[in-house]
Ligand binder design. Structure first.
Ligand SMILES: [Mn+2]
Length: 389
C-alpha cells in the first residue's frame, strides 16, 4: 500500500477556540478592543452617493465592528456576511455576501424609500448596521462553526437582531445554536423556507453539510422538531427513511404539493399560525432556492416549480411584523450562477421586505396582512373600499 504524504485527519492539530494560535481569521484586531469610542462608522465621504458609489455595505448601512458599537448606537439589526461554501460540493456561495452588498441600487439612507404596500421605510425607521463578515476558515467547515456561532451570539447578546447573509445552508447550525445559547433551548421556533428539507443525517459521510443542519439542531435540542415549520419543499426528496424521521419528530411542512392542492393563501395562513405555536421567539431561515429558478438562478441546488416573489414577499413581511423574530438568515446565493443579476435583485428585496416587517413591528403595526390605506385606495380617498370592481 502506498504511503500517503499527508497525515490522516486525526493527526491534524485541532482547532481550539480557547487558543486560536495565531490563526488570523479568528483573531480580533487588538486596536478595536481598546479605548476607541464606540458607535457606527459611516463610510461615506459625501452627503449623497448613488447605490453603486462608494464602499459597498448591506443596504448602504454604516459599519459596526464590535458589540460596543452595537450597544452605543442601539442597533436594531446587524447584517453579517458569512462566506462559507464548503458543504454542498461546489463553490460560489462564499461570494454571496459580496453579491448582496453590491445589489443595492436605491438612494442612500435618509432619502425616503418606503415600501409601497405599507408606506413604512425600514431604512429610516430602523438602526441597521453592516457588521462585516464572520470568521470563516476557508480551509475547514468544521473549524469555522464555533467562531461563527460566537460572532452571532455576541450580536444577540448586545440586544441586536443578527441577519446572516451566506454562504451555504450549513450556517443554519451555528446561527441557530448561537441564538439558542442566548434565548434558551426549545424557546425558538423556526420557519424554514427551502426547496429541500436539509434534515438528512450525513452527506458523503460527514455529519455537517448544507443538507444536515436541521438534523443536528434537533438532535442537540436547540429546536424541537414540532417547532420546525418547512415551507416550499419540493422535488425528489426526502426518502422514506428521512421523511419517517421528520414525522416521528413532529415536523410540520407546507410543501409544493400543498400549495398545488390548497393554494398559497391557505398555506401562508397556516404557516404563520404555526410559526409561533408554543415558542417565545421565531427564527427565519431563507434558502434562495425556495424561489423558482426563474427568479433565483444563482443558487447551488436549483429546483423547478418553486415559489414566486409575489408569494414570498408578503409572508416574509408578515412574519417579521406579526411575530417575535429574533434572527434571520439568507443563504445559498451563488453569484457565479447569476449572469442576469436576477438573484442579487431578489435577495436584496428579501432583506428589504423582512426589514419592512421589523420596522412595522417597531411602529406597532402588527395587524395581520396590513396594507396602508393610501397604498390600496388607488388615489380615490374617501371612495374606498371600491363599490364595484
Ligand atoms: Mn437549504
Amino acid at each position: 500500500m502506498t504511503q500517503s504524504m499527508f497525515p490522516p485527519p486525526s493527526d491534524f492539530p485541532e482547532y481550539n477556540p480557547e487558543d486560536p494560535s495565531g490563526v488570523g481569521v479568528y483573531t480580533k484586531r487588538p486596536d478595536l478592543q481598546g479605548d476607541r469610542p464606540p458607535g457606527l462608522i459611516d463610510l461615506r465621504r459625501y452627503m449623497f452617493q448613488m447605490g453603486m458609489s462608494g464602499i459597498q455595505t448591506f443596504l448602504g448601512s454604516p459599519m459596526a465592528l464590535t458589540p460596543a458599537d452595537l450597544r452605543a448606537a442601539e442597533v436594531d439589526v446587524a447584517i453579517i456576511g458569512a462566506g462559507l461554501d464548503f458543504s454542498y460540493g461546489m463553490r460560489g456561495s462564499a461570494y454571496g455576501p459580496k453579491m448582496v452588498r453590491n445589489g443595492e441600487i436605491y438612494m442612500p439612507p435618509g432619502y425616503g424609500t418606503p415600501n409601497q404596500h405599507t408606506r413604512v421605510d425600514p431604512i429610516t425607521d430602523l438602526v441597521i448596521a453592516d457588521y462585516g463578515d464572520a470568521p470563516v476558515n476557508n480551509m475547514s467547515l468544521y473549524a469555522s462553526i464555533e467562531p461563527i456561532r460566537e460572532l452571532v451570539r455576541e450580536v444577540a447578546e448586545a440586544g441586536t437582531m443578527p441577519f446572516i447573509v451566506g454562504g451555504d445552508h450549513s450556517l443554519m447550525y451555528p446561527d441557530l445554536a448561537a441564538l439558542a445559547d442566548v434565548y434558551g433551548k426549545g424557546k425558538i421556533g423556526v420557519i424554514h423556507f427551502d426547496a429541500h428539507y436539509d434534515a438528512t443525517d450525513a452527506g458523503l459521510g460527514l455529519n455537517l453539510t448544507h443538507g444536515t443542519p436541521v438534523r443536528r439542531l434537533i438532535e442537540e435540542g436547540h429546536v424541537s422538531g414540532h417547532n420546525f415549520i418547512q415551507v416550499g419543499t419540493r422535488g425528489w426528496a426526502p426518502n422514506d427513511k428521512d421523511l419517517g424521521w421528520m414525522r416521528d419528530h413532529g415536523f410540520r411542512y407546507h410543501n409544493m404539493p400543498q400549495v398545488d392542492k390548497f393554494g398559497w393563501d391557505w398555506v401562508m395562513e397556516r404557516a404563520i399560525e404555526e410559526a409561533s405555536d408554543g415558542t417565545d421567539y421565531l427564527y427565519i431561515s431563507m434558502d434562495m432556492d425556495t424561489f423558482d429558478p426563474a427568479f433565483a438562478p444563482g443558487t447551488g441546488t436549483p429546483e423547478p416549480n418553486g415559489l414566486t416573489p409575489r408569494e414570498m414577499f408578503p409572508i416574509l413581511r408578515r412574519l417579521a411584523a406579526e411575530k417575535n423574530v429574533i434572527g434571520v438568515e439568507l443563504v445559498e446565493l451563488n453569484p457565479f450562477a447569476d449572469p442576469t443579476y436576477t438573484t442579487a435583485l431578489v435577495a436584496n428585496r428579501v432583506i428589504r421586505e423582512v426589514m419592512t416587517g421589523i420596522a412595522m413591528r417597531k411602529r406597532g403595526i402588527t395587524e395581520p396582512y396590513y396594507f396602508a390605506t393610501e397604498a390600496i385606495d388607488g388615489g380615490q380617498g374617501q371612495d374606498w373600499p371600491p363599490r364595484s370592481v
